[in-house]
Design a protein. Sequence first.
Length: 275
Amino acid sequence: MKRGMLCLSPVGIGAWRDFGGALVLIVMFILARRRFALRPLDLLPLLGVALLGFVWPHSLQPALVGRIGGAFVGMTVGMTPLLTILVSIPILGVFPTPRQLAGVLGALVCMAVLMWDELQHSVALRDLILAFSVPTTYSIANSWIRRSLRHLPPLELTLLCLLTASGVLLPLSMVVGDPKVSKPEDWPVALAAVATLGVAGTGIATLLFNKLVQDQGPLFASMTTNLVPVGAVLWGWADGERITPIQVAALVGVLAMVTIVQFGSAQKLPVVGPE
């Protein structure tokens, strides 16, 4: 995202990553010779998932990365499993166990420490709230998939979400955001970054994630975000971003709490043998 910001607006990055991911999945869908299983009553939840899980975070995250750095933005994504527990109560009717509740409360304390540390370094409160809105919308979208769209094959679900999101963001990118003054030599780097983000980080990765959501549930699937903060901190450190000991300590605390929450949450799937 940071390299894409050399030439593209945040909304433009979101638009082209979703469109690039959709192109890859269209090819996979055609090769698989699938038929659409979408029903008319699926349109509203599909739109909700596309807006909350794709349009909002994909257009917001690049702007936040440019303002407060990829390391901190990546740290906040690690809150997804814990927020999933909270949003699963009203959406799925699933209540946390005492162990899970203890993990959520412990992680919230660690995230409060992270926010305090960022505020001490002149980061705007608005940006902090926006950063934490991303894992919140991810959690809602994941729970919504489990509740209303579980019957859709993961490939079809992901493809339709990406097509919907790119259909919203591509026109929006034409009118939102100031024109960027970029150097000609920056374009190859920016385009390569957005292409990689779209194909691998959006198309293929989201397809695998949605399959986990449907097979194992949103809580277990969101465990994959545990590694995002670690990778984000390493990339931020390599890119010269400010990484403080307090941030590292709080991050370790969040990961520990997520581990407590996730322990034993995988579901045993039935073994399907040859017909």
